[in-house]
Design a protein around this ligand. Structure first.
Ligand SMILES: Nc1ncnc2c1ncn2[C@@H]1O[C@H](COP(=O)(O)OP(=O)(O)OP(=O)(O)O)[C@@H](O)[C@H]1O
Length: 304
């Protein structure tokens, strides 16, 4: 288990983390989400032992990052936000380099490189220089370097920023494999739909504070807000308000209600009786992004 115990960190007058307290179960895939500047990278850098001056502590599989930093580092595979590779080496050259840094050698290293190249889909590019790689290929190789030593905890900081959909898909497959093998994964991102897709637990961080966390199902259920979206000529907000709180949108209305299926049935009956033919009538489910916005008033998406 990863146990964050009252973790706080300031850079001069900027308080990057304010008393973070939460646990991540071993074997789970935890999404650490928040907008740019929320404090995600700071937390990760503390966890992986890069930042050593902070308040509180983190226990990683019962070892304190403060007291057992080097021991903790050995069972973490860290994929930093900025790609970290030796550009003028080949893919294989990078894997050898990073493997040796992790203390691997000889036949074991050779076998691990073979396996990892296959896992990251770069076997046929093994002898190509990284300078010739696309952003997505570099990202995959960076992940490959971090998992060579078979870490129990894999930490990925915004691994899909600026890459093509194909590489994103390859990275998701890789994370799926890690999950199946029982690794614990921490996945930091401001892409909510990715986190919803691959993580089974989540923590929301905003302005250095943890505003919600728990299993994905718990968080989604706790803040579930069922609604119906409707777009139809000749229907007014007043008419829809009998079904629940009605909010006017750009192209129609959202009706919040407790039992959306039953309500939708009643709406269809009324429309049929009144000769109304809706262009769109859809059930909407609550997304992580909506919950984050509801809790913080902060949008997660890039503005640019
Ligand atoms: N070395 C530093 N010196 C001063 N301030 C810093 C430093 N690193 C981060 N900060 C500040 O700490 C806060 C948290 O930054 P952090 O990088 O942890 O956020 P983040 O959620 O990872 O955002 P991003 O996704 O943009 O990296 C921000 O206000 C940032 O400007």
């Amino acid at each position: 288990m990863i146990d964050a115990q009252s973790v706080s960190k300031s850079y001069g007058s900027v308080q990057a983390l304010n008393n973070l307290q939460f646990q991540i179960d071993a074997g789970s895939c935890f999404g650490l989400v928040g907008p740019n500047g929320a404090g995600k990278s700071t937390f990760i850098k503390i966890l992986v032992g890069i930042l050593q001056k902070f308040d509180g502590d983190i226990q990683v599989f019962n070892k304190s990052v403060k007291q057992r930093r080097l021991a903790v580092k050995n069972f973490i595979g860290y994929v930093p936000q900025d790609i970290c590779l030796e550009e003028f080496l080949t893919a294989k050259g990078n894997l050898i380099y990073f493997g040796k840094l992790y203390g691997l050698s000889g036949e074991h290293l050779r076998k691990r490189i073979h396996t990892v190249l296959d896992q990251i889909g770069l076997t046929d590019k093994a002898n190509q220089k990284v300078t010739e790689f696309s952003g997505g290929m570099k990202r995959s190789l960076n992940i490959g370097c971090a998992i060579l030593h078979q870490p129990s905890l894999v930490v990925l900081d915004e691994p899909t920023v600026g890459i093509d959909p194909q590489s994103r898909h390859a990275i998701f497959n890789l994370i799926q494999q890690l999950k199946e093998k029982g690794s614990t994964v921490i996945y930091s991102s401001h892409y909510m739909e990715e986190v919803e897709q691959i993580c089974n637990s989540v923590g929301f961080i905003d302005k250095g504070k943890l505003v919600e966390h728990g299993s994905m199902q718990h968080v989604l259920n706790k803040h579930r807000n069922a609604s119906i979206f409707i777009s139809a000529d000749g229907i007014s907000k007043e008419e829809l308000s009998v079904y629940g709180e009605t909010i006017e949108q750009k192209n129609g209305f959202t009706v919040n209600c407790d039992d959306p299926l039953l309500t939708m049935g009643k709406m269809v009956e009324q429309f049929w009786q009144n000769g109304i033919n809706p262009e769109r009538l859809e059930l909407s489910h609550t997304r992580l992004e909506d919950i984050f916005f509801y809790l913080t008033g902060t949008q997660l998406r890039d503005n640019g």
